[in-house]
Design a protein around this ligand. Structure first.
Ligand code: SF4
Ligand code: SF4
Length: 84
């Protein structure tokens, strides 16, 4: 998941230009500074590499890695098998 703090964005487009899978685009949404902010494209290709988060000079992006089903911690094991 990607969270963008729209009003922190200055529209430098580093995130859009550096995303290795071109997952981001400049949207029509304008922030308080009058800057059009980035959003994930509809065909979400983001693989949560966090490069955009690390490169954003204004700390406007936070990437939260989504756990895959098999990576989730099992909370109930019955007979050696995960049952939750
Ligand atoms: S986390 Fe990686 S793949 Fe996803 S939008 Fe940012 S740079 Fe692109
Ligand atoms: S890198 Fe940060 S400041 Fe630049 S366009 Fe992306 S979100 Fe906005």
């Amino acid at each position: 998941m990607i969270e963008i703090l729209d009003d922190w964005c200055k529209g430098c487009e580093i995130c859009v230009k550096r995303c290795p899978v071109e997952a981001l685009e400049i949207s029509e949404i304008m922030n308080k500074k009058g800057v059009r902010v980035p959003r994930l494209k509809e065909d979400n290709k983001c693989h949560q590499c966090r490069l955009c988060e690390l490169l954003c000079p204004d700390f406007a992006i936070t990437v939260t890695k989504e756990e895959k089903e098999e990576e989730k911690e099992c909370k109930l094991i019955i007979g050696g098998v995960c049952a939750d």
